[in-house]
Ligand binder design. Structure first.
Ligand code: ZN
Ligand code: ZN
Length: 362
């Protein structure tokens, strides 16, 4: 598996007339070598591949990676320079989105005769299409997330504090087998739901409010991402109406997905539906994003993304309507593109659901 991926990287090297490629981002290190630690570098040239680790990660790199010559260095940038000098490299590709300006300067100083060239898109598109093992890991992450969320949901009631629910869910996820979470869990109730990324606060949830909960989990390095919007008590007509608009936009986008469509066309299906319902100003963010070893990766599903959709891509569909002072609704599922459509990977039902028994009057 890693061998195939490295072979694909070598094809790109040849095409771009590079002598070697320097990989420093954690998702790409993991994707190409299996290394799951939090620091290291890969130097892939046309014939060999080196994994550079410092003393903290040397034995882990030996255990986790295969097919690379492992070298221990105290300072990785110096190590990279030493290796490329020894191999007579002239053109080195580096990850423009990851190497810091400081490290870039240092590297250029040590390798005055080497041309450093930014390189990133090719690896992003390789990672966008998932194989069966990757899809299984994502499914497992989604399964853990669903189990924990459903357990939490039964405990939510008027008076629950957003932050306590987020902490409780994080605890359940970790205990349920999740690795490091992709982001701080969002619990945004009532008017706070208008903040698309409203991290849980000390606010107490009140009867009659909507609650946006966005959470993810991680399994064997792969993330899941899902959002549910719950209703506390009996919904008002406006709440029901907005929920149904977002849900229909979500369903229409999912029905539309198949290989050969452009990402922007998928975005348009949902955005256009929301616009026609009169809420175009309430939906500002992209419709979705790829998920894998990173929580946000290719393909981006946005109005200006011309990416062609391929079988095996995994991404979210997450339309929302956010109205300042009122609140918000977001519905997010993850899908995998199949030969003739797509399959939803996240497991919690997104039908409108009322969370707690209505308060009886009189
Ligand atoms: Zn999310
Ligand atoms: Zn998302």
């Amino acid at each position: 598996m890693f061998k195939n991926r490295v072979a694909k990287v070598r094809e790109v090297l040849k095409k771009k007339k590079l002598d070697c490629l320097l990989i420093t981002s954690l998702p790409n290190l993991r994707y190409l070598s299996g290394f799951s630690g939090s620091s290291g570098a890969l130097l892939i040239n046309r014939d060999d591949g080196y994994f550079l680790a410092d003393s903290r990660y040397y034995s882990q790199a030996r255990k986790e990676t295969k097919g690379f010559i492992i070298r221990e260095y105290r300072k990785i940038i110096e190590g990279i320079a030493e290796l490329s000098r020894a191999a007579g490299m002239k053109r080195m590709g580096f990850e423009a989105g990851d190497l810091t300006y400081k490290d870039y300067q240092k590297l250029q100083e040590l390798l005055a005769k080497v041309k450093l060239l930014p390189f990133s898109k090719e690896l992003d598109s390789l990672r966008a299409v998932k194989d069966r093992d990757e899809i299984n890991s994502i499914k497992n992450a989604a399964r853990i997330a669903a189990q924990c969320f459903l357990e939490l949901k039964d405990t939510i009631q008027p008076g629950s504090r957003e932050r306590n629910l987020a902490i409780e869910l994080e605890y359940k996820l970790k205990k349920g087998g999740s690795g490091e979470l992709p982001f701080d869990i969002i619990v945004a109730s009532g008017p706070r739901g208008a903040l698309p990324h409203g991290v849980a606060s000390e606010k107490k949830i009140r009867n009659g409010e909507m609650v946006v909960i966005d959470y993810g989990s991680r399994y064997k390095g792969y993330f899941s991402d899902e959002t549910c919007t719950l209703l506390m008590g009996i919904p008002t007509r406006k709440q029901k109406n907005i929920y149904q608009i977002v849900k229909a936009a979500h369903d229409k986008a999912i029905d539309f997905i198949r290989p050969g469509k452009r990402a922007s066309q998928i975005d348009k299906v949902a955005r256009e539906y929301i616009r026609q319902a009169g809420y175009s100003r309430g939906f500002g963010h992209a419709l979705g994003h790829g998920v894998g070893l990173a929580i946000h990766e290719e393909p981006l599903i946005s109005p200006d993304s011309s990416t062609l959709i391929e079988e095996g891509m995994v991404f979210t569909i997450e339309p929302g309507i956010y109205l300042e002072g009122w609140g918000g609704v977001r519905i997010e599922d993850m899908i995998v593109v199949t030969r003739d459509g797509c399959k939803v990977l996240t497991q919690v039902s997104k039908e409108m659901e009322c969370c707690s028994p209505p308060v009886l009057k009189g």
